[in-house]
Design a protein around this ligand. Structure first.
Ligand code: NAD
Length: 250
């Protein structure tokens, strides 16, 4: 049997990057997955791949900043065993490059959306006697600061705090809540950020230089910790932030 056999899983931002890699891996471990994302075109490609492999993945369009849509979608699903909040947005810049809209967008996507998905998923989990919530933080958070990540690092630090608060309130009711803190990971949005910086090869060198291992992670290298935290293997673990970062927080 798979490590997530029969578990009902809901994932946000599942159409590319680590979210996509995680839904494929979780379905291969026996989970029944609802993969949500903003981008319908990418969701279709994911659904095609899932169909070809015979994986039980249902793709559903969801903007995590749409409170009503979040409550409706999660409210209509059977109780979840696993909620993986993967959605996130990286604003690049110091406080001087951060306008109100950048700050608000960072907190809306990175933090507020988790508040809403967790609030929607918890009643079902509690009724079911438990569940595992996994939130996407970053090394750039309460773990450490990085240049030009003012709003991003502040919002990801809030993810660590939100994770511990949910863990503290439901620790005796079977609901666990942990977060993960990746280092730099090769994903479509990392490429966008490299492009934004102008010279893409120079930008890549800068990102590699941040990594003590001298390389960027693949999305697949981050997934084993997601599976572990989602599964009953981590039954005694809650309120933790686990870094998988190529040595960035040594
Ligand atoms: P990505 O950024 O390449 O893809 C993000 C996905 O999120 C896209 O499919 C996009 O359509 C979707 N999305 C964006 N806004 C959305 C919204 N409002 N509602 C629903 N979906 C939305 O993927 P990634 O780089 O793997 O990032 C996933 C998470 O990992 C983010 O929370 C990010 O902050 C975090 N993270 C990334 C890195 C990295 O180096 N890539 C490092 C640490 C943490």
């Amino acid at each position: 049997a798979g490590r997530l056999e029969g578990k009902h899983v809901f994932v946000t931002a599942a159409a590319q990057g680590m979210g996509r890699a995680s839904v494929l891996a979780m379905a291969r471990e026996g989970a029944r997955v609802v993969a949500s994302d903003l981008r319908e075109d990418l969701l279709e490609a994911l659904a095609d791949e899932a169909r070809a492999e015979g994986l039980p993945i249902v793709a559903a369009r969801l903007d995590v900043t749409d409170d009503a849509a979040v409550a409706k979608m999660i409210g209509e699903l059977p109780p979840l065993d696993v909620l993986f909040n993967c959605a996130g947005y990286v604003h690049q810049g110091t406080i001087f490059e951060c306008e109100d809209a950048d700050w608000d967008r960072s907190f809306a996507i990175n933090v507020r959306a988790m508040y809403k998905t967790i609030k929607a998923a918890l009643p079902g989990m509690l009724e079911n006697g438990g569940g595992s919530i996994v939130n996407m933080a970053s090394v750039c958070s309460s773990l450490r600061g990085l240049p030009n990540r003012f709003a991003y690092g502040a919002s990801k630090a809030a993810v660590v705090g939100l994770t511990k608060q949910v863990a503290a309130d439901f620790v005796a009711k079977g609901v666990r809540c942990n977060c993960i803190a990746p280092g730099t990971v090769e994903t479509p949005s990392l490429h966008d950020r490299m492009r934004q910086l102008g010279d893409i090869e120079e930008a890549r060198k800068m990102f590699v230089a941040r990594q003590p291992m001298g390389r960027i992670a693949t999305a697949e290298e981050i997934i084993p910790i997601v599976i572990y935290l989602a599964s009953d293997e981590s039954a005694f673990m809650t309120g933790q932030c686990v870094a998988v970062d190529g040595g960035m927080t040594i």
